[in-house]
Design a protein around this ligand. Structure first.
Ligand SMILES: NC(=O)c1ccc[n+]([C@@H]2O[C@H](COP(=O)([O-])OP(=O)(O)OC[C@H]3O[C@@H](n4cnc5c(N)ncnc54)[C@H](OP(=O)(O)O)[C@@H]3O)[C@@H](O)[C@H]2O)c1
Length: 250
C-alpha cells in the first residue's frame, strides 16, 4: 500500500542501493533511483516496478553541473533522501593515480552538493540517511581515500543533524562491514587470485573477523535504513551505526 512519500536512493541501480529501494517500495514509498548507467537503471526499475511506484533518473554525482541542473528541475517534496552511491578504489590494487579525486568526487563531493541542493525540498520530519562504511570509523592500509571520504560522510551527518533538527528532519549514517555486492567482489576477487585462494576459501577467511563471522547481505543494510527513515526513528539523529564489522568497540 502506498504512503505517497517520496524517497530518493542514489546508486539504487544495484547492490545495497537496490536493496534499499526494494525495501522502501515494500514500505509504500514512491522511490526514485539514480546512477550513471541508464540501461542498468532501466532494468532495475522494470524489475522493481512490481513492488510499487519507482522511477529513475540518470545522474553522475561527479558532474557538478549535472547535479545543479537536476536540482533546479526537481519540484517535489522529499520524505527521505538516501545517499548510498559510492565507489571503492584502493591505492594498492588500482594503479590509477587519480584514486583520491575519483573517490572523493563520488563519495563526498557528490553527496554533499546533491544534499545541499535538495535540502529545501525535504519535508518537515523528513529523513536523510548517508551510507558510510566500517572504514568511516577505522582506517585500512591503502584505502586512505575511501576511508577519508567515509569519515567525512559521518562528519557531514552530524553537522546536518544539527542544521535540520529544528524541522524534525533526522540525519543518520549507516556503516556496514563487508556486504556482498559487486563493489566488494571487484576488489576481493582480485585479492583471492593474488593469494591463490578459491573464492569460498577467501570469503570464509575475510569474514572471520566480522562480528557474525559472515558477510552481510544487502537486504540487511536496507532493513536498518528502512528503520531510520520510519516514524519509529523520529528521535534518532546525528548517529552512525556499524553493521557486522571488524571493529566491535561500540
Ligand atoms: N559492499 C560493501 O562491502 C560496502 C561496505 C560498506 C559500505 N559500502 C557503501 O555502500 C554503498 C553502496 O555500495 P555497493 O556495495 O552497493 O556498491 P555497488 O554495487 O558498486 O553499487 C554502487 C552504486 O553507486 C552508483 N554510482 C557509482 N558511481 C556513481 C556516480 N559517479 N554517480 C552516480 N551513481 C554512482 C553505481 O551505479 P553506476 O556505476 O552506474 O553509476 C551503483 O548504483 C557505497 O557508498 C559503499 O561505499 C559498501
Amino acid at each position: 500500500m502506498t504512503n505517497n512519500n517520496i524517497a530518493i536512493v542514489t546508486g539504487g541501480s544495484r547492490g545495497i542501493g537496490k536493496a534499499i529501494a526494494t525495501q522502501l517500495l515494500k514500505d509504500g514509498y514512491q522511490v526514485y533511483i539514480c546512477s550513471q548507467n541508464e540501461s542498468e537503471l532501466k532494468k532495475t526499475t522494470e524489475e522493481l516496478s512490481k513492488l510499487g511506484n519507482i522511477e529513475y533518473f540518470v545522474l553522475d554525482l561527479t558532474d557538478r553541473k549535472a547535479i545543479t541542473k537536476f536540482i533546479s528541475s526537481w519540484n517535489k517534496p522529499i520524505k527521505a533522501l538516501v545517499n548510498n552511491a559510492g565507489i571503492y578504489l584502493t591505492e594498492r590494487l588500482d594503479e590509477d593515480k587519480d584514486v583520491w579525486d575519483k573517490v572523493l568526487d563520488v563519495n563526498l563531493n557528490g553527496l554533499y552538493f546533491l544534499t545541499k541542493g535538495l535540502a529545501k525540498h525535504i519535508e518537515d520530519n523528513g529523513r536523510i540517511v548517508n551510507i558510510s562504511s566500517q572504514l568511516g570509523k577505522e582506517g585500512r592500509a591503502s584505502a586512505g581515500a575511501y576511508s577519508a571520504s567515509k569519515f567525512a560522510v559521518i562528519g557531514l551527518t552530524k553537522c546536518w543533524a544539527k542544521e535540520l533538527g529544528d524541522k524534525g528532519i533526522t540525519v543518520n549514517a549507516v556503516c556496514p562491514g563487508w556486504v556482498k555486492t559487486e563493489m566488494l567482489l571487484h576488489d576481493f576477487e582480485k585479492m583471492a587470485k593474488e593469494q591463490n585462494k578459491t573464492w569460498d576459501e577467501f570469503e570464509k577467511e575475510i569474514a572471520k573477523p566480522l562480528e557474525l563471522g559472515r558477510m552481510t547481505e544487502p537486504s540487511e543494510v536496507a532493513d536498518l535504513v528502512a528503520f531510520l527513515v520510519s516514524d519509529k526513528a523520529k528521535a534518532i539523529s546525528g548517529r552512525d551505526y556499524l553493521i557486522n564489522t571488524i571493529w566491535n568497540r561500540e
